[in-house]
Design a protein around this ligand. Sequence first.
Ligand SMILES: NC(=O)c1ccc[n+]([C@@H]2O[C@H](COP(=O)([O-])OP(=O)(O)OC[C@H]3O[C@@H](n4cnc5c(N)ncnc54)[C@H](O)[C@@H]3O)[C@@H](O)[C@H]2O)c1
Length: 387
Amino acid sequence: MAGTLKVGLIGCGNVVDYGHRPALLALKDVELVALADITPARRLIGKAWFRLRERQLYADYRQLLALPEVEAVVVAVPQKFRPRIVLDAFAAGKHVLSEKPLSNVPAVAAQLVAAARHSGLQLAMTHNYHFLPEYQKLKQLLSQGLIGAVRVLTLHFLGVIDYPGAAEYQADWRHTLAAGGGVLMDMIHAVYLAEWLAGAPAQQVMAFVDALQYAGREPVIEDLALLQIAFPRAYAAIHMGWGAGVGGLDISGSDGHIRLRYKQHQSGGFNQPIELYSVDSDWRRSDHAIPNLDTHEANIARSFTQLWADFRDAIREGRAPIAPAAAGARALEIVLGAYASAVCGRVISLPLAAADPVYQKGIAGIAELEAWAGSKTKAAGLFGLRA
Ligand SMILES: NC(=O)c1ccc[n+]([C@@H]2O[C@H](COP(=O)([O-])OP(=O)(O)OC[C@H]3O[C@@H](n4cnc5c(N)ncnc54)[C@H](O)[C@@H]3O)[C@@H](O)[C@H]2O)c1
């Protein structure tokens, strides 16, 4: 098939509103022809957004997958439901754009990566931060060797906004164990950005993971995660929290340093970048303009449009997308490795061992780890652990 890419949407929640909707409406050669959602009110909202007919709406995604005209699907349901749908999509011969995270469980993510390879179909991740203008600019500056070799990346994402899910479905699903983790799992963007900017897969991770903001709420998942990640030739620190502090990014290189800051000290993805500058090894400052900078909402919408264009071209050209499923699987292992580190009080090697209970079960495997007596994660009672 060539020409217009006809797609089906599975799960019509908030991320569709601000991300997939503007992208699908902007791209003239990508057409949404069917929509599946288990929540009737969400089907009606999607019907109006995309000007669909009643017969293009489905409660059961399997009916959508049976449509011969659908060439690709986007799976934007909560992550717990994603693996089954992705496997069914491959069985029906459809390419898949997966929301992040790919799954809650590394062993399952690996199965999805293998299933994509065997089927010859695309399995791409919605790692849309690759296309935010400030990170595009950063990547360009690093590729040009502006600060020499990247040595230490510090990504501050302490001002992540805790948006609830669509009210018509289950607004609080992110705060349940079924979400597979808390703010770090939700904002996995920082993890794949660190890998992308470091230029190679992570080898080790260590972390503190706690719940400070939600202390009065009997939290089951974290609202704060402080990670250190070792890459082959660089290190990254990720400071991630729901509403806990500042955002921005600092990169130290062999020949200089880069600083990125957001309006009101907010975090990437939630406000406008207002400052991007570098200093050379003699501390001489250069300010860098960020091209295509728009309102925050427009930047996010454009990042999804560019991601969809990349997905379309990957299908047409038979090449890998910017973020293939393997990148999603690696990001998931960094997150779960961080949780395991915070519970065990030690550095975790990556990729995770196949016999590791966290590799096999995600956060449900954490209870099987040998917890360190001083673990703050355990003391907070996260992930079903009892203090
Ligand atoms: N890329 C990003 O920046 C970004 C941003 C937000 C959310 N997300 C991801 O997108 C996914 C959805 O998040 P959201 O905020 O839109 O959630 P949401 O709660 O707003 O929407 C989820 C939708 O999925 C539907 N649904 C649930 N189970 C289904 C099933 N089995 N079949 C069909 N529909 C089903 C619900 O009815 C609801 O409409 C999550 O995995 C989340 O991590 C990504």
